[in-house]
Ligand binder design. Structure first.
Ligand code: ADP
Ligand SMILES: Cc1cn([C@H]2C[C@H](O)[C@@H](COP(=O)(O)O)O2)c(=O)[nH]c1=O
Length: 269
């Protein structure tokens, strides 16, 4: 479990966040520079992302928080900065994989479909982490870490995921984090009360989420606090910047502006 954290720390110690990303088909382990491991038979020049040269020394920031805490709104705000690229959660994929909606299925019957959704979330999050970077700073909504430490954990702890499903997902997660470097330089945690999220969730009115009770948001909140504030549950892969996020939109935008320098300096932390 701690392997990736060690790798990330080691990377910090030896070089200022020098990683290339975006070589689809290639994966890296990054202590002491980097080692490329071809995951598919490939020779010749390194592949490039369509339309972009891969950018070196990109700063990777993950924006974390409860459901409807304001992550997308935060990313929208920073997307107006030319040096920042934002990556929202691949929720459209979770709602439509070849005509199926695993997100809706999970909310209808978590015991049956939790593993299905979370397997796909894990894959699509990994894909997001490793996708080509087009700007010096990348802000990404959540991470493969919160998918596991918060959502999988919540299903399991609440008795809504069978132990065997949890074991299989954990094996996958452990393998991924031991073999693939997932660089994260900063976590921005939008800290809200579950009540605020419940209000915003009702206002947003996403069809699949109409069944979410306040208690569900309370459990997610507790897991986030254990992970990022009390630090009693799982390894934290990067420094954490906590932004209180119960405030109205205007005040939130003001706070984002106030924290801009800290966020952009993430590679120096
Ligand atoms: N500071 C805020 N005050 C009031 N409503 C907000 C605020 N930030 C976001 N919202 C609204 O709350 C809902 C959830 O916000 P969103 O950014 O989609 O959250 P997330 O991406 O974390 O799920 C949206 O309808 C959004 O317009
Ligand atoms: C990462 C992750 C998300 N979900 C669910 C929780 C919400 O219903 C949506 C994400 O919406 P948000 O407004 O961006 O918070 O997806 C999940 O069930 N499992 C996960 O791992």
């Amino acid at each position: 479990m701690s392997v990736c954290v060690t790798l990330v720390s080691a990377r910090r110690a030896v070089a200022p966040a020098c990683l290339w990303t975006g070589w689809s088909g290639w994966r890296k382990a990054c202590a002491g520079g980097f080692r490329l491991v071809p995951s598919r038979a490939r020779s010749g020049t390194r592949p490039r992302a369509a339309g972009h040269l891969p950018v070196r020394c990109c700063v990777q920031i993950c924006v974390e928080g409860n459901i409807a805490s304001g992550k997308t709104t935060c990313l929208e705000y920073f997307s107006k900065t030319s040096s920042i690229e934002v990556l929202t959660e691949p929720i459209s994929k979770w709602r439509d994989v070849r005509g199926h909606n695993p997100l809706a299925l999970m909310y209808q019957d978590p015991l049956r479909w939790g593993i299905t959704l979370q397997t796909y979330v894990q894959l699509t999050m990994l894909d997001r982490h490793l996708s080509a970077v087009a700007a010096p700073v990348r802000m990404m909504e959540r991470s493969i870490f919160s998918a596991k430490y918060i959502f999988v954990e919540n299903l399991f702890r609440s008795g809504k995921m069978p132990e065997v499903d949890y074991a299989v997902l954990s094996e996958w997660f452990d393998w991924i984090t031991a073999n693939i470097c997932i660089p994260v330089d900063l976590i921005v945690y939008l800290q809200t009360s579950p009540q605020t999220c419940h209000e915003r969730l009702k206002q947003r009115c996403r069809e699949e989420e109409k069944v979410i009770p306040l208690e569900y948001l309370e459990s997610i909140h507790q897991l986030y606090e254990e992970w990022l504030i009390r630090r009693t549950s799982w390894p934290v892969p990067a420094p954490v910047l906590v932004i209180p996020a119960d405030h109205n939109l205007q005040r939130m935008l003001h706070q984002y502006e106030e924290n801009r320098a800290k966020i952009l300096a993430a590679s120096c932390l």
